[in-house]
Write a protein of this length. Sequence first.
Length: 311
Amino acid sequence: MDPLEQFDPLVSEWFKTRFGTATEPQVLGWPEIRSGNDVLISAPTGSGKTLAAFLLCLDRLVRAARGQTLADETEVVYVSPLKALSNDVQKNLEIPLGEISELAASKGIVLAPIRTAVRTGDTPMPERQKMGKRPPHILVTTPESLFILLTAERSRAMLRTTRTVIVDEIHAVADDKRGSHLALSLARLDALAAHPIQRIGLSATVKPIEEVAQFLSPQARIINIGHRREMELAVEVPKDELGPVASTEMWTEIYDRVAELILARRTTLVFVNTRRLSERVAHALSGWAKMSYSRIMAAFRARIVCMRKRG
């Protein structure tokens, strides 16, 4: 059965258009999350585990927004120990919600706006006040800010409607005092909420996974995808004969090959032995990039001139 069949048609169509098919963490995680179980998903970075946690929450909100029954209350709290929350919000919340809204508009479907907000120590006071007056449907925060929110009376009232808590990068807090602090906050949130709260934990690397699942919830189901990824390994050496010192020609050949690999891939990491060598390689590659850009633009201009002459 298609794992997307049970989603709202808008959510399903958006997902298929943007991603094509679901990943393994999503296929295995969605049934457990839909059943209301507490779930720990452990999968490699880039496998779609964050969206595995978020999509069912978005689906619930989209259904309410389509039926004009979306209440002005917070339903989802996303907690991450990392400071780079803005990227998580944009990639897994703002972009999906924006594109789903555009899809709905193209079909003549009216969706009530679904709001998200970030609350950290760096959040400006006007944004905090705005959040208190009109709660976001999805709140993104850190463990420390969650503790503060659970202490202030107005924010406590906002959190009382929470139905789902997503704890990202759970391995980063499970074994230290931040984890104890977060466990206390989650217990306080459970006692405060008007509904039973579902807990979803996410991690790329976690071991022993059973103990971390117990930290998340004694009833947590484990989705363990493993951490081995497909790997293509190759050893390449310059065509010239190797010697105790690399010649200028050999370095040029190395830079050219590294540049070819960079162009063939989206992201490339280049490791060297010393900081001095890293600066040298970076300078050489930046020079190569500028030279390549100049060549491309020169070829483009020459082609334009040729087309004008033919015309």
